[in-house]
Write a protein that binds this ligand. Structure first.
Ligand code: 5AD
Ligand code: SF4
Length: 444
């Protein structure tokens, strides 16, 4: 038996930033229980897979990884294997996993993740397998320990769940209905982060623009942003995700007039065809989206706009797809996440006839990526010779001689600087664009 103090856990996270933040909470709980993180799963006493189910390939990866660690469990019968997150929150998925992979010790859903230490103690006291998936979301649990990846920038969840039911999306079924954290709890968390030296926060929610519904006294997202913008010492505020139907002029004005609020909006369009948007249940047309973009660009000069786009939604014709390409060219996104439509059981679109064949989907996907990349590369090139403010996050991935950080509008910058600059804001003159990132020199 290993010394308890030296017990280790390995955690792998799939999916969005909300899942990343959930993993940071699981890590926080484990560190409180004296566990140490390891990056080598062969060496771990606990292996945790925090899963996603937004697209099918995320699920396939989890199955693949579970298959691969079976041998580790055989070697070490005391190994605790945990599967958590969105994937197992789906109808009968936990039972399916328990049947296929009987060696899994704990299956825990998104609504009761805070109970992790309790379940872990039960397992250590001899229980072989625990499955606990709550169908209903409970109260928001505040004050969980959290072991953040970065000491410079932090994710702060401001609301959970989603009420939108876009017809392709599984999220409302696995994350439950919208509930917002109290503004005081959010402010206190951010003040504590600032006291620890954090410079940037990203406020998270599936649709941050509907923040505050049901809270007493009433507050909306713009008001929350303005309150957070007043926190002394906080240099940057970012947020995601914004549903275009709910992004208010008040929020745009808050950014335009704000101090720490960054000039970046992630505004998923999903499709450039009003016909498809209707089938997606998005509640805006192409024209309404473009009007919104126009207002944002007028009010926030130099704003960076990023987006999510789904290719091959059921019934998408060549004409619909061309409208997406045209919209991308018109908006000129600074970056875009592009996805192949993936059938999600239980969502309305899974039942739609006219599913698009894989070949057409892939062919359209490649055409879209080409158009997106051309714009992203051209926009990054226009930064050559300019000076930008960079929040230094750490050493560069590819060249440890360099530092890396991001601009206020989210661009990745590698530059020559001093290690003491990590965690600070520095001005960097961009020497060259490397296509999807920028290379520069620190201005002293
Ligand atoms: N297929 C493909 N992409 C999807 N997304 C959500 N559901 C699906 C799906 N079934 C994408 C959307 C969303 C992003 C997080 O994932 O673009 O904005
Ligand atoms: Fe899914 Fe739509 Fe909710 Fe985003 S807004 S999480 S795409 S249902």
């Amino acid at each position: 038996m290993k010394d308890k103090l030296k017990q280790t856990y390995f955690i792998e996270t799939w999916g969005c930033q909300m899942n990343e933040e959930d993993s940071e909470k699981i890590s926080g709980m484990l560190k409180n229980m004296n566990y140490k993180r390891t990056l080598d799963r062969e060496d771990a006493d606990i292996i945790i897979f925090n899963t996603c189910c937004v697209r099918e390939n995320a699920e396939q990866k989890v199955f693949g990884n579970l298959g691969a660690i079976k041998a580790l469990k055989r070697k070490n019968p005391n190994l605790i294997i945990v599967v958590s997150g969105c994937m197992i929150q789906q109808e009968s998925m936990a039972e399916e996993i328990a049947k296929k992979f009987p060696f899994v010790s704990l299956l825990i859903g998104t609504h009761n993740a805070y109970k992790f230490p309790e379940y872990l103690n039960r397992l250590k006291n001899g229980e072989k397998q625990i499955i606990d998936i709550w169908k209903q979301e409970g109260e928001i649990v505040e004050g969980l320990p959290i072991d953040r990846k970065s000491s410079v920038k932090a994710f702060v969840t401001i609301m959970y769940g989603c009420n939108n039911f876009c017809t392709y999306c599984i999220v409302p079924y696995v994350r439950g209905r919208e509930r917002s954290r109290k503004p005081e709890d959010i402010e206190n968390e951010i003040k504590e982060l600032v006291a620890k030296g954090y410079k940037e926060v990203t406020l998270l929610g599936q649709n941050v623009n509907s923040y505050g519904k049901g809270l007493e006294p009433s507050i909306n997202f713009a008001e929350l942003l303005k309150r957070i913008d007043k926190i002394e010492g906080l240099e940057r505020i970012k947020f995601m995700t914004s549903h275009p139907k709910d992004l208010s002029e008040e929020v745009i004005d808050a950014i335009a007039n704000g101090r720490a609020l960054c000039e970046h909006i992630h505004l998923p369009v999903q499709s450039g065809s009003s016909r498809i948007l209707k089938k997606m249940n998005r509640h805006y047309s192409k024209e309404q989206y473009l009007d919104l973009v126009k207002m944002i660009k007028e009010k926030i000069p130099n704003v960076a706009l990023t987006t999510d786009i789904i290719v091959g939604f059921p019934g998408e014709t060549e004409e619909d797809f061309n409208e997406t390409l045209e919209l991308v060219k018109e908006v000129e996104y600074d970056s875009a996440f592009t996805f192949l439509y993936s059938i999600r059981k239980g969502t309305p679109a899974a039942e739609y006839e006219e599913q698009i064949d894989e070949k057409t989907k892939h062919e359209r996907f490649e055409r879209l990526v080409e158009v997106v990349n051309e714009i992203v590369i051209r926009k990054n090139k226009s930064f050559e010779g300019k000076t930008v403010e960079v929040l230094v996050e750490g050493l560069s991935k590819n060249n440890e001689e360099n530092l890396m950080g991001r601009t206020r509008d989210g661009r990745l910058v590698n530059f020559k600087g001093d290690k003491e600059d990590i965690g600070k804001l520095v001005n960097v003159k961009i020497v060259r664009s490397q296509g999807f990132s920028l290379l520069g020199d620190k201005i002293i």
